[in-house]
Design a protein around this ligand. Structure first.
Ligand SMILES: [Zn+2]
Length: 256
């Protein structure tokens, strides 16, 4: 499976950048993980929004889901004589799955969740830590994270490889357990070193601790404050982790 980094900044995008968005691809199948500010623009550098059938959102903070508000228009206009309709006409598997985009997200806060559906073009399905999903070749399981609103970390298995994604979380056992033995851990590193008491997020060194505790094959850091010193974050995480550590680069793809 191939992971492409669409955006890595939070809580707002740096100039010319984007908030969290990660595209997973395997063969002809695409799965978008997170859809923050700027992600739809970046997505179009890799695939057409019309090629997208499924989006998974870890939680309903705006930096992770705000671009759903424009992705729904791409989904809507395509159900008429657009590119998706053409693709479906020539691809029976897509026709079977129905039209439009399905967004999987926690059902709370309820008012945020209620904003996701749009006509026949975008539908919403609630998920939590007990959910498991098979989306094309991607098998997904989840764990509850420590964050101010309901948020799930995601484990994706595909082609015999495993990606674990922390979403937004403080260092906690449930996410370590979910990530255990993954080939790659995509981990948030929001906080400056020494600020781990700020609830619901991790420093880079805590991300390194998580990688160590979960015994993962590699650690990729993301979800940076716009002014973050990412090389310092890499150094801090490397001092704790016992696996290769790298910084997620926007526009770059990683084969897992
Ligand atoms: Zn958040």
């Amino acid at each position: 499976m191939r992971l492409s980094i669409l955006g890595r900044y939070s809580p707002f995008p740096r100039a010319g950048s984007a908030c969290p968005g990660y595209l997973l691809r395997s063969g002809e199948e695409n799965l978008l993980l997170e859809c923050g500010s700027g992600v739809v623009s970046r997505l179009s550098e890799f695939i057409s929004p019309y090629e997208l059938d499924h989006v998974v959102i870890s939680h309903l903070h705006g930096d992770h889901c705000s671009d759903l508000a424009v992705l729904k228009y791409a989904a809507n206009y395509d159900v008429s004589p657009g590119a998706r309709a053409t693709r479906r006409a020539t691809d029976p598997a897509r026709e079977e799955r129905g039209r439009g985009i399905t967004v999987y997200a926690p059902g709370e806060p309820a008012d945020e969740f209620a904003r996701i559906p749009h006509k026949d073009a975008m539908r919403a399905e609630a998920i939590d830590e007990s959910t498991s999903l098979q989306i094309g070749p991607f098998h997904l399981t989840f764990a509850k994270t420590e964050h101010p609103i309901p948020c799930v970390a995601v484990r994706v298995k595909c082609e015999g490889k495993t990606l674990a994604y922390t979403a937004d979380t403080a260092l906690c056992d449930s996410v370590i357990d979910l990530a255990r033995g993954a080939d790659l851990l995509l981990a948030e590193a929001s906080l400056p070193e020494g600020c781990s008491s700020f609830g619901g997020h991790m420093t880079a060194s805590e991300a390194g601790e998580m990688a160590l505790g979960a015994d993962v094959g590699g650690l990729l850091l993301t979800h940076f404050w716009p002014e973050a010193d990412v090389e310092a974050a890499k150094h801090a995480a490397s001092s704790r982790a016992h696996c290769p550590v790298d910084i997620a680069i926007e526009g770059r793809s990683y084969d897992i």
